[in-house]
Design a protein around this ligand. Structure first.
Ligand code: NAI
Ligand code: UGA
Length: 464
């Protein structure tokens, strides 16, 4: 077969939640480019090349199937990928460091640094290196220093192009982004490289949504975006605690506050707490950076967002305990939803992990149900002691239970047959809605004792 020539060869190192969908969309929108994604995890690459992709994301299957084998390739050969490419996106994981200086706070940059060294070793032509991973501000400087070290430094230009997609909506976020941010050095070669990347995105993103800044603003903007989003959730969650004490209703408060266009009505859903792989890690990273630069008051401010999140999760558990007569030992509790949000199988930092572990500590029997995340749930709880069962069917999971705790806002949970569920449960039956997705009055009428977030509880108990 005749070899197909491409305008540009794009490589992405790291085939995870970001690398996979991002590159699939680039390949889909730009058939003139060859897009290769490499990963050291051979199993993950095999899954990307199979019918069952390694991550669940609405719309992802279609995009991958449309481009795979034509101009989208998944491979384990990092060396060949680097040698061949013109533009290299680095989308490896940057988790919170678990050891040494900065443990529990700073970003662990070992995976990222390894890729920098590999790029230097295998490059034989000039390349544009794009930071896709979320990184501490000033990382591009370190990247450049590593790339330029040694006897035969290649020609590299480092750009920052943070990713703003949210899981569960990754494909639509990538296809219609609010903005694409590209940071570069403001030198002649930096600006030229920046333009090359702008040209990639211009294939489908309107030009007024592609914004360019200096490198450090771009790196920092990513951390700040996540910090602001998380701060908004912690703000509404903090107020949910006050609502429960004062008979105010958090949905009404959020509605009234959010109508102010300066504040905006999104991200004001009170919940059991935010999860996901990034909010906590990125805020910790921001806090660490602030302390590094001696800005302790600023660090304390952002740390407060995480404190409220921890408080909210623990408050949820204590609310269950307190309302179920101060003992959960031997009681059966059904956790509806384990993913950190709906429409994903991802459970990283899911509040359900914390709640499940705490319930087990109280010696409850825990039935966990989720349409997509059960495999991850089993892995998250493999070292937890106690009686845990993983049951995909929500009706089976709730059968015989004393309480249901809604942890994820999956649509399917909104329309279950709660009358039948109620009948199958032990009495009195409790419902703790950690996402405020159910019709609370209806649930009360069915017979449940209902405990929403930030709203008055509805119980059948008298005060006698
Ligand atoms: N998950 C999300 O929704 C978002 C994540 N981000 C950021 O994107 C980055 C990646 O996140 P995820 O995709 O969620 O992580 P992930 O853990 O799903 O994927 C990272 C992949 O990189 C691979 N990898 C690590 N070192 C490698 C090496 N030397 N060579 C080849 N492959 C290597 C790992 O095997 C893994 O498959 C992080 O910095 C994260 O903060 C940014 C926006 C959204
Ligand atoms: O850097 C990242 O990883 C990404 O982090 C978040 O995306 P993600 O974590 O996938 O999902 P979100 O929709 O932001 O939800 C995060 C958590 O907050 C919770 N949440 C969200 C909104 C809300 O009103 N209330 C609330 O409790 C969600 O249930 C979830 O647990 C950001 O939204 C993305 O822009 C960013 O790219």
């Amino acid at each position: 077969m005749e070899k197909r020539e491409f305008d540009k060869k794009i490589l992405c190192i790291g085939a995870g939640y970001v690398g996979g969908p991002t590159m699939a969309v680039i390949a889909h929108k730009c058939p003139q480019y060859k897009v290769t994604i490499v990963d050291i995890n051979a199993n993950r690459i095999a899954q990307w090349n199979s019918d069952k992709l390694p991550i669940y994301e609405p719309g992802l299957d279609d995009v991958v199937k449309a481009a795979r084998g034509k101009n989208l390739f998944f491979d384990t050969d990092v060396k060949k990928g680097i040698e061949e490419s013109d533009i290299i996106f680095v989308s490896v994981n940057t988790p919170t460091k678990t050891f040494g200086a900065g443990a529990g706070m700073a970003a662990d940059l070992q995976y990222w640094e390894k890729t920098a060294r590999e790029i230097r070793e295998y490059s034989q032509s000039p390349k544009i290196i794009v930071e896709k991973s979320t990184l501490p501000v000033k990382t591009a400087q370190a990247m450049k220093r590593i790339l330029m070290a040694g006897d035969n430094p290649g020609q590299f230009e480092v750009l920052s192009n943070p990713e703003f997609l949210a899981e569960g909506t990754a494909i639509s976020d990538l296809e219609n982004p609010d903005r694409v941010l590209i940071g570069s050095m403001e030198t002649k070669s930096g600006l030229k490289a920046r333009q090359e990347l702008v040209d990639v995105y211009k294939n489908w993103v309107p030009e007024n949504k592609i914004i360019t800044t200096n490198l450090w603003s771009s790196e920092l903007s990513k951390l700040v975006s996540n910090a602001f989003l998380a701060q908004k959730i912690s703000s509404i969650n903090a107020i949910s605690a006050l609502c429960e004490k004062t008979d105010a209703n958090i949905s009404e408060v959020a509605g009234a506050v959010g109508m102010d266009s300066r504040l905006g009505n999104k991200f004001l859903n009170a919940s059991v707490g935010f999860g996901g792989s990034c909010f906590k890690k990125d805020i910790l990273n921001l806090v660490y950076l602030c302390r590094y630069y001696g800005l302790d008051t600023v660090a304390d401010y952002w740390e407060g967002v995480l404190k409220i999140n921890d408080y909210q999760k623990e408050r949820f558990v204590m609310n269950m305990l307190g309302n179920m007569f101060n003992t959960l030992a031997g009681k059966k509790i059904c956790i509806l939803g384990f993913a950190f949000k709906a429409n994903t199988g991802d459970t990283r930092e899911s509040p359900a992990i914390y709640v499940a572990r705490r319930l087990l500590e109280e010696r409850a029997v825990v039935n966990i149900s989720d349409p997509q995340a059960l495999e991850n749930a089993e892995n998250d709880l493999k070292d937890a002691e106690g009686s845990i069962f993983f049951i995909k069917n929500p009706y089976e999971a709730a059968k015989g239970c004393d309480a249901i705790a809604v942890m994820t806002e999956w649509d399917i949970y909104k329309s279950l047959d709660y009358e039948n569920i109620y009948k199958s449960m032990s009495k009195p039956a409790f419902l703790f809605d950690g996402r405020n997705i159910l019709h609370h009055n209806k649930m009360y009428e069915i017979g449940f004792n209902v405990f929403p977030i930030g709203k008055a509880s509805l119980t059948h108990f008298s005060n006698e």
